[in-house]
Ligand binder design. Structure first.
Ligand SMILES: C/C=C/C(=O)SCCNC(=O)CCNC(=O)[C@H](O)C(C)(C)COP(=O)(O)OP(=O)(O)OC[C@H]1O[C@@H](n2cnc3c(N)ncnc32)[C@H](O)[C@@H]1OP(=O)(O)O
Length: 251
């Protein structure tokens, strides 16, 4: 059974979650399918990965019917580890990843979207860390990523209250980058991807690497890595021709 659709449109990989009859709840087969797609993406010639979904719910999190079969601590750990690996693979993709959250993201769905670099939310939808109401804690990397995105205090508030976070608040706290109406969210997200998809992958990938590592490294490590990457890209033809054009502007 296929839970996803993958397309390459103008060098932008578009992954659509397509299990809407279960509100895109993620079970073991869905996890495995996503994992395989992400591994395949690593060998594809794409400039960005955009994820969206079918229907009004982007992702309702873990498939509760599947979760109910995990009747031991070991099985829970194993499921959590599989999702950690999948979401780390997404986070570690060299190309930018953009979540077009065209519906609500609930529980594990809220954890899922945080593995993406940039998040756009549909204006009437919400993000909800519903885990506590389901008798669990975050198990898909949610606490770690949420703290890094919104800070410790706000993360605790959202995780404990399990309140739905609507678009305006989500934008205010930095959980999303922007929001758009339902009719245009995909078009706007795709347009955003196209703004950089025309650039050289030799620039796109190192920019993402630098941003990603800047929060994981000490100042000295980050500066050393920045010098390294900067000097590698420095000799690219594109930089030279752009600067030469600028230098010659007065002639
Ligand atoms: C570490 C991770 C932890 C977790 O992720 S814990 C799980 C957290 N998630 C949830 O608690 C969400 C549960 N679902 C809902 O609250 C609602 O759904 C929604 C608000 C997301 C959407 O509501 P609406 O659009 O009215 O859909 P509907 O009628 O409730 O559901 C349609 C079908 O989808 C199934 N379904 C929805 N969410 C899940 C799920 N998370 N796991 C398994 N099935 C789900 C239902 O049961 C039903 O199915 P049928 O038509 O056969 O009755």
């Amino acid at each position: 059974m296929s839970y996803t659709v993958f397309e390459n449109i103008e060098n932008i990989g578009i992954l659509t979650l397509s299990r809407y009859q279960k509100r895109n709840a993620i079970n073991l087969e869905f996890m495995n399918e996503l994992y395989q797609i992400i591994l395949n993406i690593k060998n594809m010639d794409i400039k960005a990965l955009l994820v969206k979904s079918t229907g009004n719910v982007f992702c309702s999190g873990g498939d509760i019917d599947y979760f109910a079969t995990l009747d031991s601590k070991e099985k829970a750990i194993s499921m959590s580890y599989a999702m950690h690996c999948l979401l780390n693979e997404i986070e570690n993709l060299e190309v930018p990843t953009i979540a077009c959250i065209n519906g609500s993201a609930v529980g594990g769905g809220a954890e899922f979207i945080m593995a993406f670099d940039i998040r756009f939310l549909e204006s009437d939808s919400f993000i909800q860390f519903k885990e506590i109401q389901m008798g669990v804690t975050t198990g898909w990397g949610g606490t770690y990523r949420l703290v890094n995105i919104v800070g410790k205090s706000k993360a605790l508030e959202l995780l404990l209250s399990a309140k739905p976070i609507y678009a305006q608040e989500a934008l205010k706290i930095g959980l999303i980058n922007n929001y758009f109406d339902k009719e245009v969210i995909f078009e706007e997200t795709f347009k955003f991807c196209k703004t950089f998809a025309q650039e050289d992958l030799n620039l796109i990938k190192p920019i993402k690497t630098l941003v990603k590592h800047s929060v994981e490294k000490t100042n000295n490590e980050a500066m050393a890595q920045e010098r390294d990457v900067f000097s590698q890209t420095w000799m690219l033809g594109k930089r030279q021709s752009i600067m030469e054009k600028f230098v010659k502007r007065k002639k």
